[in-house]
Design a protein around this ligand. Sequence first.
Ligand code: SF4
Ligand code: SF4
Length: 264
Amino acid sequence: MEYLTKDIVAINENELPNDIQFMKFGLNKKYDKENPALRIDFQNRLGYSILCIKKLIKLKEKNVSFGSAYQGKTIKYIISNYSPEIIDCLKAIEIQDKRERTTFLYETLCDELDAVWKKFNPCNFCNGICAAGKTDKRYSGPDGCCAKAFDLSFWKEPFAVLTQSKFFPCPYLGEKDGCTTQNVACKLFACTYIKKNHLIELNPHDFIIYEACFSQKQKLILTYNFFRTKEQLINKLLEENRTPYYFYSSRMKYLILEKKDSSD
Ligand code: SF4
Ligand code: SF4
């Protein structure tokens, strides 16, 4: 039994009590406003699971409810062939407060990405030098991050980015322990050295949370805002924005720009 809130649960199909009422899930099925528990087979398939979660989010937005009372709890889902990532998505759906839900999704995605980096450890830091840094001296620093941001005003001096002089350490790089914040874009980034040597396979579209729980605009925010704090990213994710996607993307409205100090 998985607790989605303190009184709403999802149970495994094997635990299904005999006397419980339920209905079957269908991607194209229509539901009344109030329904008994929903039985879903996620089929252990990434693409199908993503479509299921997207549909469940839409149903929640339309205030369509599911649940069958059982031993003082409400069984909302009866599920099979699911993963821990799917449980996290189901938990997120139950969080009413938008900021709290976005923070939960953001932190969970960070944890999933961290687990992949930990498993493959492609950077393989040794005495403050990463794998790529052994041949390119620009990549060195405390364990955990290459952390070389280049000045975003580089367009004024396009050739300067080719030299070390225009690089500076990320302000969120701690002296000893690497990154002091959680940045999804940085966690999705793999340098040319890593890509060339196939040291890690990191495709954001393979993460159910990224694919199913964030909008197209939010995915741009998550993917391209390097060198920013977790709080800055979450605030940006929560920003109301009515710009059509084409302009939002082509005009790079997804970028978090640093405010200029007025004393400059
Ligand atoms: S991503 Fe590449 S450059 Fe950055 S720390 Fe890892 S190996 Fe080094
Ligand atoms: S924000 Fe990104 S670049 Fe900066 S220290 Fe953290 S992981 Fe490294």
